[in-house]
Every structure is written in C-alpha cells, then in structure tokens.
Design a protein around this ligand. Structure first.
Ligand SMILES: Cc1cc2nc3c(=O)[nH]c(=O)nc-3n(C[C@H](O)[C@H](O)[C@H](O)COP(=O)(O)OP(=O)(O)OC[C@H]3O[C@@H](n4cnc5c(N)ncnc54)[C@H](O)[C@@H]3O)c2cc1C
Length: 349
C-alpha cells in the first residue's frame, strides 16, 4: 500500500483523524479539493468542547486565526424581533474564540503531521476487500492519479461523494437545505459580542443568523433546497435595518452551501467495509449548526478505530460505531432541545 490511510477533506474532522493516526505512527495522506488555506462558510465560533479538544490535541489556537472581537460572550436567540434569551459561552462567561475558518482549519491540518495534497479531488474509489483504490483529479493540471491505501476516510462535509457511492439508496432519501451567507462592509448597532440567531421562520425556514467579524456585518439564512431565498433575505435584511440600524456599504462575499437532515433524524452513516465517514459526512452536526466539536471528536474516534484495525486486526467500523454511540445520541438530543427552544421544528421539510 502507498498509504495506511487516505483522508478525503482537510476540515476539522479530517485533521483530527490525521492527527490521531500520525500519533500512532501510521502513514497518512490527506487530500483536499480546494487550494489551502481554503474558505469555509461558517460563523467560526469555537465552542467549549471544540476548544478543549483543539487544545488537548493540537495546542493553543494561534493569534492569526482570531478575528475581532476575539471572544464571543454567547449565543443570543431572538424568538421575535423584540425579545431575546442569552446562552453564555463558558461557565463564567469566559467566552468562545471567534476565528476565520480558513486560518483555523489550515493550522489544524498542518499541525496534524500528515502529508497533505491540496487541489486534489476524489472522483471515485473501489474497496477491493483488503485495500482501497482512489481515483483523484489534480485540479491544477487535470491529471488523474491512482492512490492505494488500507483504509479510506470520508471527511468531505455534508456533500459526500463517498457516502453517495457507498449507499445511493440512503442518499436518495436525504432532505437538503441550502444556507446562504453575505459579508458586507458596513455598520449596525447589534451587539458584536454575541452570535445572534433569529428564529422567526419568515427569515429562513431553518433559521437566520448574524455575527460580526473584523468589522464585517455577516448574516445569512437557511431554507429548504429548491425554495427561493430572496424573499426571506429581503425580509430579514429589512428587519435588520429597521431594528438594528444595519447599513450595508460594500458586498465583500456571498456564499452558499448545502446540508442535510441526517443529524436531525439520527440517520448517521458511519461507513462500509474499509471506508469510514466522519464529521458532517457521517451526519454529525449539532442544533443551530454547531459542527466543529463533533467533527473533531468523531475524527479522533475514527483514528482510534482504524489504528486498532491496522495494528490488531479488529473490525474498525464496528469499533467506530461503538465509540460514537454517545456522540450520536448527543447530536440528536441537541436538535430536540433546539426545537424546544425555537418552539418549532428546525428542519420542517
Ligand atoms: C453558515 C454556517 C455557520 C456555521 N457556524 C459554525 C460555528 O460557528 N461553529 C461550529 O462549530 N460549526 C459551525 N458550522 C458547522 C461547521 O462549519 C461544520 O459542521 C464543520 O466544518 C464540519 O467539519 P468537517 O470536517 O466534517 O467538514 P468541512 O469543514 O466541510 O470540510 C470538508 C472538506 O472536504 C473537502 N472535500 C469535499 N469533497 C471533496 C473531494 N471529493 N475531494 C477532496 N476534498 C473534498 C472540502 O473542500 C472541505 O475542505 C457552521 C456551518 C454553516 C453552514
């Protein structure tokens, strides 16, 4: 084999698997389709559990990853335009790191110690029973490369070509939402030390959010796939203008991405044969879209399971299934709690 393990995706889940396997002395390759450091649509809040796992396994988050304000005080949830409830970060309101994902993720993957190949996109793969062959495209020169390994890890985020190939029937039954996010130069009088969630379904049939990073006014909403976002965003932006004095001066970035309902329904997909899925690819995403903590923890569990598979001949997938039991329960519980707080189903489709 060229590699003991190939990991597809250089997000936090991929970095955690890589770190765990490199620590076990295994030969690991991470492939990433984008050029690193890559942009990732995210609010970039490192919740307590994410911070603890990061510091334990990777060290202190470097200053270069932080944005202003450095620490956020908590989540502020708005059931309507006038009332809110605060959910502080940390016991004494110690705060949660506010980062750019491009920098945080790049630091994680470099710190994993694994070989990393960016601009390398997985196209197809074949599990031959005792090894896996990947066909990858180098997006810089359009050349195809074949790579062989003992185990393959899908850490590709919510849209996973590996999951889709392993189980097309499972994939067909997923329900999808699309999240949109705008980044503007401008101003507002909304408290920048909080991450704001707006639960009025008029602003997004999942929900809508607002936060400030390095002075940029960042806001977005998620709706069922196929539903037009513009009427929702128009209403939401109008409310932000009237209620919080939002003034938009220059559009810096507009982004979108897709997610699915695996996390809400508890239909996790952990893998098949020599292929394991981690993070959002496996369905791990907590209520209101917190996904870094479970990406890191499931990545570490997969590393433990695969290492045991390689070194002791144990069934890696069975061990991974066992290790993720609590994380799966917590994920589905978080959505139940989220629905209770919101007073409605957060994915009503
Ligand atoms: C708007 C928004 C706000 C969010 N805010 C937060 C937050 O504040 N805090 C939090 O904890 N979570 C947040 N999340 C969730 C969080 O971003 C994700 O749950 C987390 O990034 C999942 O990590 P991952 O490693 O599983 O996947 P990702 O971080 O998505 O990484 C997957 C990687 O795989 C690569 N890839 C995909 N396909 C291929 C392929 N075929 N070949 C090679 N590479 C491939 C992708 O380019 C990507 O780099 C937010 C999500 C959204 C959409």
């Amino acid at each position: 084999m060229e590699y003991d393990v190939v990991i597809v995706g250089a997000g936090p889940s991929g970095a955690a698997v890589a770190k765990g396997l490199v620590n076990e002395g295994l030969k690991v390759l991470v492939i990433e389709k984008k050029k690193l450091p890559r942009y990732k649509m995210c609010s970039g809040i490192i919740f307590k559990k994410s911070q603890e796992i990061t510091e334990k396994h990777f060290g202190k988050i470097p200053e270069t990853a932080y944005v202003a304000p450095h620490l956020l005080k908590g989540v502020r949830l708005w059931p309507d335009d006038e009332h809110f409830s605060d959910w502080p970060f940390g016991k004494e309101g110690s705060g949660a790191p506010n980062v750019w994902r491009s920098e945080y993720d790049y630091w994680l993957i470099k710190n994993s110690g694994a070989e990393v190949r960016d601009c390398c996109c997985l196209k197809t793969f074949k599990d031959s029973g005792n090894y896996v062959t990947l066909e990858c495209l180098n997006t810089l020169n359009n050349e195809t490369a074949l790579i062989t390994c003992n185990y393959l890890i899908g850490a590709e985020g919510g849209v996973s070509v590996i999951r889709a190939a392993l189980d097309p029937e499972f994939e067909k039954n997923l329900r999808w939402y699309v999240a949109y996010q705008n980044y503007y130069e401008g101003s507002s009088d909304i408290d920048p030390y909080f991450y704001h969630g707006f639960l009025n379904p008029q602003y997004g049939n999942v929900y809508a959010w607002f936060n400030v990073k390095d002075g940029l006014q960042i806001f977005g909403a998620a709706v069922k796939k196929g539903v037009k976002i513009n009427p929702y965003l128009a209403k939401y932006t109008e409310m932000l203008g009237k209620r919080f004095g939002l003034k938009l001066e220059k559009l810096i970035r507009q982004a979108s991405c897709m997610g699915n309902d695996m996390c809400v329904t508890g239909r996790f997909y952990l893998g098949k044969g020599r292929v394991l899925l981690v993070g959002e690819a496996a369905g791990f995403l907590n209520a209101f879209g917190e996904g870094i903590s479970c990406a890191l923890s499931t990545g570490l569990f997969a590393a433990e399971a695969v290492s045991s598979g390689i070194k002791s001949g144990n069934n890696a997938l069975a061990l991974y299934t066992e290790l993720t039991k609590l994380e799966r329960r917590q994920t589905t519980m978080s959505w139940k709690l989220g629905a209770k707080i919101a007073g409605r189903d957060l994915m009503p489709f």
